[in-house]
Design a protein. Structure first.
Length: 252
Protein backbone atom coordinates (compact mmCIF):
# COMPACT_ATOMS: atom_id res chain seq x y z
CA UNK A 1 0.00 0.00 0.00
CA UNK A 2 1.36 3.45 -0.96
CA UNK A 3 2.00 5.88 1.92
CA UNK A 4 -0.92 8.13 0.98
CA UNK A 5 -3.35 5.23 0.72
CA UNK A 6 -2.20 4.01 4.13
CA UNK A 7 -2.54 7.51 5.57
CA UNK A 8 -6.11 8.02 4.44
CA UNK A 9 -7.19 4.50 5.30
CA UNK A 10 -5.76 4.99 8.80
CA UNK A 11 -7.19 8.41 9.52
CA UNK A 12 -10.77 7.79 8.32
CA UNK A 13 -13.26 8.98 10.93
CA UNK A 14 -10.49 10.52 13.08
CA UNK A 15 -9.88 13.32 10.58
CA UNK A 16 -11.76 15.97 12.56
CA UNK A 17 -9.89 15.03 15.75
CA UNK A 18 -6.40 15.11 14.25
CA UNK A 19 -6.96 18.34 12.31
CA UNK A 20 -9.32 20.02 14.79
CA UNK A 21 -7.59 23.39 14.51
CA UNK A 22 -7.98 23.45 10.73
CA UNK A 23 -11.50 22.01 10.75
CA UNK A 24 -12.68 24.83 13.03
CA UNK A 25 -12.09 27.28 10.16
CA UNK A 26 -13.86 25.25 7.46
CA UNK A 27 -16.82 27.56 6.92
CA UNK A 28 -14.65 30.68 6.80
CA UNK A 29 -12.36 28.96 4.28
CA UNK A 30 -15.32 27.97 2.11
CA UNK A 31 -16.75 31.49 2.33
CA UNK A 32 -13.44 32.94 1.15
CA UNK A 33 -13.21 30.41 -1.70
CA UNK A 34 -16.72 31.29 -2.87
CA UNK A 35 -15.96 35.01 -2.70
CA UNK A 36 -12.56 34.75 -4.43
CA UNK A 37 -14.06 32.66 -7.24
CA UNK A 38 -17.04 35.00 -7.61
CA UNK A 39 -19.58 32.22 -7.06
CA UNK A 40 -23.34 32.62 -6.80
CA UNK A 41 -25.95 30.14 -5.49
CA UNK A 42 -26.76 27.43 -7.98
CA UNK A 43 -23.39 27.54 -9.74
CA UNK A 44 -21.31 24.37 -10.08
CA UNK A 45 -18.13 23.81 -8.05
CA UNK A 46 -15.62 20.96 -8.30
CA UNK A 47 -13.80 20.01 -5.09
CA UNK A 48 -10.62 18.19 -6.17
CA UNK A 49 -9.17 15.82 -3.56
CA UNK A 50 -12.25 16.53 -1.44
CA UNK A 51 -11.24 14.07 1.32
CA UNK A 52 -13.88 13.99 4.08
CA UNK A 53 -15.88 16.66 2.29
CA UNK A 54 -15.69 19.48 4.79
CA UNK A 55 -15.29 22.23 2.16
CA UNK A 56 -17.71 20.58 -0.26
CA UNK A 57 -20.42 20.46 2.38
CA UNK A 58 -19.72 24.03 3.51
CA UNK A 59 -20.08 25.25 -0.09
CA UNK A 60 -23.27 23.23 -0.55
CA UNK A 61 -24.67 24.98 2.54
CA UNK A 62 -24.16 28.25 0.61
CA UNK A 63 -26.51 26.98 -2.10
CA UNK A 64 -23.85 25.87 -4.57
CA UNK A 65 -24.02 22.69 -6.64
CA UNK A 66 -20.93 20.77 -5.54
CA UNK A 67 -19.14 17.70 -6.89
CA UNK A 68 -16.42 16.20 -4.71
CA UNK A 69 -13.80 13.86 -6.18
CA UNK A 70 -11.41 11.67 -4.20
CA UNK A 71 -9.93 8.24 -4.67
CA UNK A 72 -10.15 7.12 -1.06
CA UNK A 73 -13.34 5.23 -0.14
CA UNK A 74 -12.81 5.71 3.61
CA UNK A 75 -12.79 9.50 3.42
CA UNK A 76 -15.64 9.54 0.91
CA UNK A 77 -17.67 7.56 3.42
CA UNK A 78 -16.99 10.25 6.02
CA UNK A 79 -17.93 12.89 3.44
CA UNK A 80 -21.27 11.25 2.68
CA UNK A 81 -22.13 11.07 6.36
CA UNK A 82 -21.11 14.71 6.84
CA UNK A 83 -23.42 15.81 4.01
CA UNK A 84 -26.28 13.66 5.30
CA UNK A 85 -25.95 15.04 8.82
CA UNK A 86 -25.99 18.64 7.52
CA UNK A 87 -28.94 17.97 5.22
CA UNK A 88 -27.29 18.90 1.93
CA UNK A 89 -26.75 17.07 -1.33
CA UNK A 90 -23.28 16.71 -2.81
CA UNK A 91 -22.33 14.58 -5.81
CA UNK A 92 -19.51 12.36 -4.55
CA UNK A 93 -17.26 10.66 -7.11
CA UNK A 94 -14.55 8.12 -6.40
CA UNK A 95 -11.79 8.63 -8.93
CA UNK A 96 -8.13 9.41 -9.54
CA UNK A 97 -7.77 13.18 -9.87
CA UNK A 98 -4.83 12.67 -12.23
CA UNK A 99 -7.42 11.45 -14.72
CA UNK A 100 -10.61 13.29 -13.83
CA UNK A 101 -13.74 11.60 -15.14
CA UNK A 102 -16.17 13.43 -17.41
CA UNK A 103 -18.21 15.46 -14.95
CA UNK A 104 -19.41 18.34 -17.08
CA UNK A 105 -18.32 21.96 -16.89
CA UNK A 106 -17.88 23.93 -13.67
CA UNK A 107 -17.91 27.59 -12.73
CA UNK A 108 -15.01 27.02 -10.31
CA UNK A 109 -12.78 24.37 -8.77
CA UNK A 110 -10.95 24.19 -5.46
CA UNK A 111 -8.16 22.05 -4.03
CA UNK A 112 -7.59 22.98 -0.40
CA UNK A 113 -5.54 21.97 2.66
CA UNK A 114 -2.33 21.07 0.80
CA UNK A 115 -4.03 18.29 -1.16
CA UNK A 116 -1.93 18.77 -4.32
CA UNK A 117 1.72 17.79 -4.79
CA UNK A 118 1.49 14.23 -3.45
CA UNK A 119 2.19 12.49 -6.77
CA UNK A 120 5.43 10.53 -6.95
CA UNK A 121 6.07 11.94 -10.44
CA UNK A 122 5.96 15.75 -10.85
CA UNK A 123 4.39 15.21 -14.26
CA UNK A 124 1.35 13.81 -12.47
CA UNK A 125 0.96 17.08 -10.58
CA UNK A 126 0.65 18.79 -13.96
CA UNK A 127 -1.87 16.20 -15.12
CA UNK A 128 -4.14 17.26 -12.26
CA UNK A 129 -3.90 20.93 -13.22
CA UNK A 130 -4.61 20.16 -16.88
CA UNK A 131 -7.61 18.03 -15.91
CA UNK A 132 -9.03 20.81 -13.74
CA UNK A 133 -8.55 23.36 -16.53
CA UNK A 134 -10.51 21.18 -18.95
CA UNK A 135 -13.43 21.02 -16.49
CA UNK A 136 -13.68 24.81 -16.08
CA UNK A 137 -15.86 27.01 -18.21
CA UNK A 138 -14.09 30.04 -19.79
CA UNK A 139 -13.72 32.62 -17.05
CA UNK A 140 -13.96 29.94 -14.35
CA UNK A 141 -11.60 30.08 -11.37
CA UNK A 142 -9.40 27.54 -9.63
CA UNK A 143 -8.25 28.07 -6.03
CA UNK A 144 -5.39 25.83 -4.88
CA UNK A 145 -3.94 25.81 -1.35
CA UNK A 146 -0.26 24.79 -1.07
CA UNK A 147 2.61 25.22 1.40
CA UNK A 148 4.51 28.48 0.95
CA UNK A 149 8.04 27.69 -0.25
CA UNK A 150 9.50 30.98 1.01
CA UNK A 151 8.20 30.34 4.52
CA UNK A 152 9.50 26.76 4.53
CA UNK A 153 12.97 27.87 3.43
CA UNK A 154 13.07 30.07 6.53
CA UNK A 155 11.42 27.45 8.77
CA UNK A 156 12.56 24.04 7.45
CA UNK A 157 11.67 22.21 10.65
CA UNK A 158 9.28 22.65 13.51
CA UNK A 159 6.88 21.07 15.98
CA UNK A 160 3.45 22.11 17.16
CA UNK A 161 1.26 20.65 19.90
CA UNK A 162 -2.52 21.09 19.94
CA UNK A 163 -5.14 19.76 22.33
CA UNK A 164 -8.86 19.64 21.54
CA UNK A 165 -11.62 17.50 23.01
CA UNK A 166 -9.15 15.55 25.12
CA UNK A 167 -7.09 14.61 22.04
CA UNK A 168 -3.44 15.73 21.93
CA UNK A 169 -1.80 16.00 18.51
CA UNK A 170 1.88 16.77 17.97
CA UNK A 171 2.78 17.77 14.41
CA UNK A 172 6.44 17.36 13.42
CA UNK A 173 7.47 19.07 10.18
CA UNK A 174 10.67 18.56 8.15
CA UNK A 175 11.47 20.25 4.82
CA UNK A 176 14.36 19.37 2.51
CA UNK A 177 15.23 22.44 0.38
CA UNK A 178 17.29 20.38 -2.07
CA UNK A 179 14.50 17.99 -3.05
CA UNK A 180 11.64 20.40 -2.21
CA UNK A 181 10.07 17.58 -0.21
CA UNK A 182 7.97 18.36 2.87
CA UNK A 183 7.36 15.58 5.40
CA UNK A 184 4.89 15.86 8.26
CA UNK A 185 4.11 13.43 11.05
CA UNK A 186 1.18 13.67 13.44
CA UNK A 187 1.44 11.82 16.76
CA UNK A 188 -1.96 11.32 18.36
CA UNK A 189 -2.86 10.57 21.98
CA UNK A 190 -6.47 10.18 23.01
CA UNK A 191 -8.23 8.63 26.02
CA UNK A 192 -8.92 4.91 25.83
CA UNK A 193 -6.65 4.24 22.85
CA UNK A 194 -2.95 3.52 22.48
CA UNK A 195 -0.89 6.31 20.87
CA UNK A 196 -0.82 6.24 17.07
CA UNK A 197 0.62 8.34 14.28
CA UNK A 198 0.26 9.18 10.60
CA UNK A 199 2.61 10.87 8.18
CA UNK A 200 2.47 12.62 4.83
CA UNK A 201 4.88 13.79 2.15
CA UNK A 202 4.43 16.36 -0.59
CA UNK A 203 6.43 18.29 -3.15
CA UNK A 204 6.53 22.06 -2.64
CA UNK A 205 6.51 24.50 -5.53
CA UNK A 206 7.43 28.16 -5.50
CA UNK A 207 4.87 30.66 -6.75
CA UNK A 208 6.80 31.26 -9.98
CA UNK A 209 6.97 27.51 -10.68
CA UNK A 210 3.27 27.17 -9.92
CA UNK A 211 2.46 30.07 -12.23
CA UNK A 212 4.27 28.36 -15.11
CA UNK A 213 2.59 25.03 -14.39
CA UNK A 214 -0.82 26.68 -14.34
CA UNK A 215 -0.01 28.42 -17.63
CA UNK A 216 0.94 25.12 -19.28
CA UNK A 217 -2.42 23.77 -18.14
CA UNK A 218 -4.20 26.72 -19.75
CA UNK A 219 -4.80 28.78 -16.61
CA UNK A 220 -3.69 32.31 -15.70
CA UNK A 221 -2.56 33.13 -12.17
CA UNK A 222 -4.59 36.12 -10.95
CA UNK A 223 -3.68 36.46 -7.28
CA UNK A 224 -1.84 34.81 -4.39
CA UNK A 225 -2.94 35.08 -0.78
CA UNK A 226 -1.27 34.14 2.48
CA UNK A 227 -4.44 33.27 4.36
CA UNK A 228 -8.18 32.78 3.94
CA UNK A 229 -8.87 36.37 5.01
CA UNK A 230 -7.35 37.72 1.81
CA UNK A 231 -3.99 38.62 3.37
CA UNK A 232 -1.40 39.07 0.59
CA UNK A 233 1.19 36.32 0.22
CA UNK A 234 4.50 37.04 1.96
CA UNK A 235 7.43 34.98 3.26
CA UNK A 236 5.89 35.29 6.73
CA UNK A 237 2.85 33.17 5.82
CA UNK A 238 3.07 29.35 5.91
CA UNK A 239 0.45 28.76 3.21
CA UNK A 240 -0.05 29.98 -0.33
CA UNK A 241 -3.52 30.33 -1.83
CA UNK A 242 -3.14 30.67 -5.58
CA UNK A 243 -6.15 31.87 -7.56
CA UNK A 244 -6.08 31.10 -11.28
CA UNK A 245 -8.58 31.60 -14.08
CA UNK A 246 -9.33 29.93 -17.39
CA UNK A 247 -9.16 32.80 -19.92
CA UNK A 248 -12.09 33.81 -22.06
CA UNK A 249 -10.71 33.62 -25.57
CA UNK A 250 -11.91 36.12 -28.20
CA UNK A 251 -14.38 34.83 -30.76
CA UNK A 252 -12.75 33.75 -34.02
Amino acid sequence: MAWDEELFARIGGDYDLVFAGEVAHTQAQADFAAHACGLRPGQRVLDVCCGPGRHAVALALRGLSVTGVDRDPHLLGVARERARSRGVGVHWVRGDVRHLPRLGVFHAAICLFASWGYAADPAHDELILAGVARRLRPGGHFLVDVPNLLWLLAHPSGEELSVAGGVAVREIRRFDPASRQLSARWQVRQPGRPPWQIQAHCRVYGLEDLEWMLARAGLVLEAAYGEFDGTPLTAQRPRCLALARRPILPAQ
